[in-house]
Design a protein around this ligand. Structure first.
Ligand SMILES: Nc1nc2c(ncn2[C@@H]2O[C@H](COP(=O)(O)OP(=O)(O)OP(=O)(O)O)[C@@H](O)[C@H]2O)c(=O)[nH]1
Ligand SMILES: [Mg+2]
Length: 229
């Protein structure tokens, strides 16, 4: 897997039409860490204890031959998006965040799957609920990754998994307990990503949904970290 570039506007998104898998979740939940765990490379995506570290949309190209189970077929992009719910960000930063993530989610025809990352230790935040509403409404295929399970005992992790399956994971393909720190759940996530990106392009990806349904309607993307926190 290689880092291919960052975008601060939709004009800078890649144009080679490879399938994409987006990593979404609140700030500091471990999106970049999980991407590194999937790559098996520490420090590929920048990780920080300071929330709001990822401010751009970062594209990582997975090469078919090196992708676990990919059998040498088809390349794809893993896309690291900035997190929401970062209260301390100035208004101008929050607004540019909303424009950038909004334009990615609303218009990205090659988006095949969202990896919706939540913190297994906490109840979903208002921002998580809003993202869930949006994914559900737009029929976007997604998987819930409950991260940082290394911080929980076995029973507590199971309890949270069941709770997520009844809540924001109800319309998801799966709820997967993961730990970016320990590598827990990484093979399961790879197998879901492979399934979503190796499927023929006409089977329920975002592009065909859009052709079927016409332009997207409400709810509009409005996950302002300030108002939804
Ligand atoms: N214990 C534990 N800590 C983790 C895990 N995943 C990430 N972290 C820590 O959580 C913090 C945030 O991780 P990042 O990967 O930078 O989070 P992010 O979601 O990309 O954050 P933003 O880019 O700010 O939105 C870092 O201190 C990580 O070391 C995990 O599975 N277990
Ligand atoms: Mg990050």
């Amino acid at each position: 897997m290689t880092f291919t570039g960052s975008a601060s506007t939709s004009a800078q998104f890649p144009r080679d039409l490879l399938p994409e898998v987006a990593f979404l979740g609140r700030s500091n939940v471990g999106k970049s860490s999980l991407l590194n765990a999937l790559a098996g490379v520490k420090g590929l995506a920048r990780v920080s204890s300071e929330p709001g570290r990822t401010r751009l949309v970062n594209f990582f190209r997975v090469h078919g031959a090196s992708r676990p189970g990919g059998g040498g077929r088809g390349d794809l992009y893993l896309v690291d998006l900035p997190g929401y719910g970062f209260a301390k960000a100035p208004k101008a930063v929050r607004e540019s965040w909303e424009r950038l993530v909004g334009s990615y989610l609303e218009d990205r025809d090659v988006l095949r799957l969202c990896v919706f990352i939540v913190d297994a230790r906490h109840d979903p935040s208002a921002g998580d609920e809003m993202l869930h509403e949006w994914l559900f409404h737009h029929e976007t295929p997604y998987v819930v990754a409950a991260n940082k399970v290394d911080k929980l005992g076995h029973g507590e992790a199971r309890r949270r998994e069941r709770q997520l399956e009844e809540g924001i994971g109800k319309s998801a393909q799966a709820v997967v307990p993961v730990s970016a720190a320990r590598g827990t759940g990484v093979p399961e996530l790879w197998s879901i990503i492979r399934g979503a990106t190796l499927a023929p392009a006409d089977e329920g990806n975002c592009w065909t949904r859009k052709l079927r349904r016409g332009p997207s309607r409400r709810p509009r993307w409005s996950l302002s970290p300030a108002s939804r926190r």
